[in-house]
Design a protein around this ligand. Sequence first.
Ligand code: NAD
Length: 351
Amino acid sequence: MRDFTYLSHTRRILFAPGARKALGNELDRLGMTHPLIVTTKQRASLVDQLSDTLAHRDWTLFPEAAMHTPVAVTEEALRRFDACGADGVVSVGGGSTIGLGKALAGRRGLSHISLPTTYSGSEMTDILGETEGGRKTTRRAPEIRPTTVIYDVELTLGLPLGISGLSGMNAMAHAIEALYAPHANPVTDLMALEAIGVLAKSLPDLADALDDVDLRADLFYGSWLCGLCLDAAEMSLHHKICHTLGGSFDLPHAEAHAVMLPHALAYNAPAIAPVMARLVPLLGADPARALYDLSRHLGAPQSLSDLGMPEDGIAKVAQMALENPYANPRPLAAGPLTEMLTRAWRGNAPL
Ligand code: NAD
């Protein structure tokens, strides 16, 4: 048995079909008398599904959450928060909405109840990425973690196939990288392996079962575990490259994850033989190729060029990876990195 350090964090998780109906009780538990409810314009109708549990309560809607948590939107939300006398935050939506909830609760040190509707896993983490003046910065702090998370699978039934698949691959990436993280421990290993198994079994069936509550509940369970992995373990090559692709080329978040994950795993494979051996029963004889095939099966974009990255971006991304060293099982070297990025840019299978 290896040595390890394990940190646990108190959060309250409700996981059940219809669990959104308990929102009122959860507000009372936290003593929240007037939440600011945040979501995106496109998903404002999700809040209608909370009308029963919010009946006879004070609340204010702020449906202006946006991708990459712009600070200007957070400041506008803070003005609304103060004007209506809110005393806590409820977020209903995907990672973009949860980001705004975290930004507000983190700044004011207030409770945050999150009802996620995608598989991003953001609701479980102490990580907040914010954009200002065209720059994205990421920070971690305990007060960023939502206080209570309500996983109601019924809120995910409208999630289209394309977004579901991409979001599922984004979740998978958190679990894969947790397996070779510097602070991996027996608990993160258990969560990651369980999550990868559940997602690998459920995602291929999604196209024919978009409204299947059991399958959607499995995906939600897997993505919850993936979020816990992201919260607990430091991420390596894959997440860092995706961060660069988003920050420098404005490539979409989940799409970049879907393209890069098979290639990042193939890059690290020579340095993580025991991890690869644990992935074989879950993904198949060639785990990196299996992720590439799964991503294609889900209809996800296959190449960085499809996502709009120019070819000369390959050298820039490789250079940025070499300039900002971070923990990664296989050392970063210009030649192999360029080769990996070229394959990802072209949409070739991972080597
Ligand atoms: P998102 O929140 O932008 O949502 C993606 C799309 O799904 C949007 O068009 C949204 O309207 C739609 N959608 C969401 N719920 C829906 C539903 N129930 N039915 C129909 N459509 C629905 O994207 P995401 O992939 O959930 O999150 C990505 C963002 O989260 C990125 O900004 C990323 O940086 C961040 N993120 C943060 C963390 C973290 O720990 N801080 C982790 C993962 C992702």
